[in-house]
Write a protein that binds this ligand. Structure first.
Ligand SMILES: Cc1cc2nc3c(=O)[nH]c(=O)nc-3n(C[C@H](O)[C@H](O)[C@H](O)COP(=O)(O)O)c2cc1C
Length: 425
């Protein structure tokens, strides 16, 4: 029976226990203080005993960020500048992977007025967008990738991975869910190409095969590569989506392509809170400074602000929090592949962790949002504390992060609970 404290080898990376910090953004951006921001956040997690940190999505090219606070790793120097963060994590015995990706059609230049104004490139699409997406990017120029450009994108992933290795990262995770570019390749909702990258599941997954090859070539055979795979997608009626069995097939293909671990997740094909189920955070728009920033981003459009509120509300209604909501997905994949399977989504207690590992439903257990409020959470969980995390899944961390503000817990109830706990000890 697997226990939380047992080490695990993932590719060439030996992780000291089964707890990982799931990728959540820090809003660290790409300025001179990016490494310091990551160091501050991750050092505390590593000191508290976390096994592995997956740093939130960093972008392989300037035109692929989905929010202004996303870190660019589009040059060797920018990537090497993050070395203080990997050093800090290693000093305390933990491991760190860098998640790398590109937002594709959902790049921030498509929705954020300040960046749309200075945009020098069209939005990147896998295929001509369907009607729902065309409405979201109305008035924007869109470029459908040519076949040679796809090979170049895969090479860029390879080069970034090589820089990440130089910067001290123990591995990378491909940002291939949450409606990002690589997810857009995997999903028949976005991908209706007629070249070798479209059609069958294997063709849609070909981008993952190319990326794995490019990473091995550029970063070396021994570098650990992992991937996040969407299964059982939700999509508008009468549109195609990745089914549960196709998602399992994608995970098996990932193993065949040489990925060393897989994170299966169930979610919508749209970028909303189906990936972080929980509350409706629209009340945070009552905070003047945050509302003003959104109004600025939406160019003062009341319609866009109403759509934003509606989006938060309907996503919360249709995807309420449920403990361990991805269990059916990761447990099914665990029986289908022999590489390590990472669990994530609504895992909040030591009992839940013990059951996932004890019943052999996954090999690593990931926690995301609770780390914002409790950087030393691993210490408590590893000590056998049975109390749930402080996080209330309000999703108030989400809107500030969309604006590029520093990531942290923005829920005042949680701050009060944290203070009460500190006072009691
Ligand atoms: C503010 C925020 C930022 C996130 N950023 C990323 C990201 O960069 N990459 C990613 O794969 N998932 C991202 N996620 C999803 C988390 O990794 C995780 O899957 C999700 O929050 C569910 O886990 P939890 O219930 O433990 O928070 C983000 C979620 C939130 C709330």
């Amino acid at each position: 029976m697997t226990v939380l404290e047992a080490p695990l080898r993932i590719g060439s990376t030996l992780v000291r226990n089964r707890l990982y910090r799931a990728p959540v953004l820090e809003g660290a951006g790409s300025g001179p203080d990016a490494a310091r921001i990551y160091t501050e956040a991750f050092e505390a997690n590593a000191r508290a005993g976390v096994g592995l940190i997956i740093q939130g999505n960093s972008c392989i090219s300037e035109e692929g960020r989905s929010s202004p606070g996303m870190t660019l790793v589009n040059t060797r120097q920018r990537t090497l500048d993050l070395k203080p963060a990997t050093d800090a994590v290693h000093r305390f015995g933990a491991r760190i992977f860098l998640q790398i990706g590109h937002a594709g059609i959902y790049a921030m230049e498509g929705w954020h007025a300040s960046y749309a104004k200075t945009r020098r490139w069209p939005l990147t699409a896998v295929s001509r967008p369907r009607i729902h997406v065309r409405v979201a990017v109305l008035g924007q120029s869109v470029h459908v990738l040519t076949t040679p450009e796809i090979y170049e994108i895969a090479n860029r992933f390879g080069r970034t991975a090589a820089w990440a290795r130089e910067a001290g990262y123990d591995g990378v995770q491909i940002a291939s869910s949450n409606a990002k570019l690589i997810h857009q390749f995997l999903s028949p909702y976005y991908n209706h190409r007629d070249d070798e990258f479209g059609g069958s599941v294997r063709n849609r997954a070909r981008i993952l095969e190319l990326i794995a090859k490019a990473i091995r070539r550029e970063a070396g055979e021994g570098f650990t590569i992992t991937v996040k795979i969407p299964l059982g997608e939700e999509a508008p009626r009468f549109t195609p989506r990745t089914t549960f069995s196709e998602g399992v097939e994608l995970c098996k293909l990932s193993e065949e392509f040489g990925y060393h671990a897989v994170t299966p997740v169930g979610l919508s094909i749209f970028p909303h809170t189906s990936l972080c189920r929980g509350g409706d955070p629209s009340d945070i728009l009552e905070v003047d400074s945050i509302r003003r920033r959104f109004e600025e981003a939406m160019n003062g459009s009341r319609v866009k602000m109403a759509v934003l509120r509606w989006g938060y509300r309907s996503a919360a209604k249709n995807h309420p929090f449920a403990p361990v909501w991805n269990r059916d997905y990761f447990a099914a994949v665990k029986t289908a592949v022999s590489i390590p399977v990472f669990a994530v989504g609504g895992i909040r207690t030591r009992d839940e962790i013990d059951r996932i590992l004890g019943d052999d439903e996954a090999d690593m257990v990931g926690i995301g949002r609770p780390f914002y409020a409790e950087p030393d959470l691993p210490r408590r969980l590893l000590a056998g504390d049975r109390e749930a995390t402080l996080c209330e899944n309000s999703n108030r961390c989400l809107p500030p992060q969309q604006l590029g503000l520093r990531a942290r817990c923005y829920n005042p109830n949680v701050a009060r609970k944290r203070q009460a706990r500190a006072d009691a000890t």
